[in-house]
Design a protein around this ligand. Structure first.
Ligand SMILES: Nc1nc2c(ncn2[C@@H]2O[C@H](COP(=O)(O)OP(=O)(O)OP(=O)(O)O)[C@@H](O)[C@H]2O)c(=O)[nH]1
Length: 352
């Protein structure tokens, strides 16, 4: 019997740096053939497009498979298992599989799926790597309403769960075999020590933690953990499964949508409009690409909470349809109409 293919699950909250970590990993794969399954929101395929633009020989497009359902954990049977089966039937099987989950995915149902008979004999979870945004944590973005939640708890004994954000974050942490504390470049060292101490309270004892900036972690530290995490799932209980019952969750706490419009007048005006929109509508994550009027290259846009960055990632190809496409993610309900109208203020008015 051939050896099981090791599979690394990369989880972590929206914008923590999962794609950045994967990109670094692929660029330093040292000859290892890695197949990548990317779980994304919507039909825009931002992460795949960023990774495919890596230009490196190891970022081969045929090794990247996209699952655009936003929540791999809710569609295990329909989407994930068939995708894995198709991958395993390929004549050129990979040395290692990496799954980048979306920032809102619960890792537990995905890990449990490795016990399904269709794939159990052929793959195993090498390790669950949870990427954490040190800056978001230091700024209190998961715990900003801790005081309000505590007050609510005291007022209502029945209320035993925290904010949806906090719960999801804890579910991702307790699943970890390794935590990558990323974005350390944005946090002073004493604040970082505080963040690390808080994280260790939520992590399972003995779980490793590596500090990183821009996902620069040696591939030898990430791959080859040999954990067989699917056999240890009982030790990684999730809030959602314990408190809300059943094996799946509906993600009704969060909402996402994508929008497209032709061109925008200028980079600075667009970024200002995005910043205002995020602030006004409490958007958690926004990402995509923009067609700036007259610019020969595509502008990649990344916003995590209030922090918005943009860079021209590649020239538009000859004949390529130039448009602006953005994915917006936030807590439910998102006022889609108002957010769309707000962002479209940056669009170039089209001739009637
Ligand atoms: N300053 C800083 N920025 C980072 C670091 N890692 C990632 N980023 C930036 O953070 C933003 C989000 O990074 P991604 O790698 O796309 O995050 P992600 O976790 O894949 O995001 P989702 O898949 O949307 O949840 C991008 O603008 C990155 O360039 C870091 O260590 N330091």
């Amino acid at each position: 019997m051939t050896a099981k293919i090791p599979t690394t699950v990369i989880t972590g909250f929206l914008g923590a740096g999962k794609t950045t970590l994967v990109r670094h990993m692929l660029a330093h794969a040292r000859g290892k053939r890695i197949a990548l399954i990317i779980n994304e929101f919507g039909d825009i395929g931002v992460d795949k497009s960023i990774l495919a633009g890596c230009g490196d020989e190891t970022c081969r497009e045929e090794d990247m498979i996209e699952l655009a359902n936003g929540c791999i954990c809710c569609t295990v049977a329909d989407d994930f298992i068939p995708t894995m089966q198709a991958l395993l039937e390929r004549p050129d099987r990979p040395d290692h599989i990496v799954i980048e989950t979306s920032g809102l995915a619960l890792p537990q149902p995905l890990i449990r799926a490795f016990n399904w008979p269709q794939i159990k004999a052929e793959v195993t979870v090498d390790g669950v790597v949870t990427v954490v945004d040190a800056a978001a944590l230091a700024e209190g973005r998961f715990a900003s309403d801790e005081a309000a939640v505590d007050a609510q708890r005291q007022a209502d004994d029945m209320l035993d769960h925290e904010t949806p954000l906090g719960e999801l974050f804890e579910d991702q942490l307790i699943s970890a075999d390794l935590v990558v504390l990323n974005k350390t470049d944005l946090v002073a060292s004493d604040a970082l020590a505080n963040v690390e101490a808080r994280l260790r309270e939520e992590m399972r004892p003995g779980t490793g933690l590596i500090r990183a900036a821009n996902g620069h972690v040696d591939i030898a530290a990430l791959l080859g953990l040999g954990m067989g995490s699917e056999d240890d799932i009982a030790n990684r209980p999730s809030h959602h499964e314990l408190e809300h019952g059943g094996e799946t969750h509906e993600h009704d706490d969060f909402d996402s949508f994508s929008l497209r419009f032709p061109r925008v007048a200028g980079k600075d005006a667009l970024l200002k409009t995005i910043e205002e929109t995020i602030r006004t509508h409490d958007v958690l994550r926004l990402k995509g690409f923009a067609a700036i009027d007259g610019a020969p290259a595509r502008l990649a846009i990344q916003a995590v909470g209030p922090r918005v960055t943009a860079y021209f990632d590649r020239p538009w190809a000859p004949g390529e349809h130039r448009e602006t496409a953005l994915v917006v993610i936030g807590e439910s309900p998102l006022d889609r109409a108002a957010i769309t109208a707000s962002l479209k203020r940056a669009a170039v008015a089209e001739a009637a």
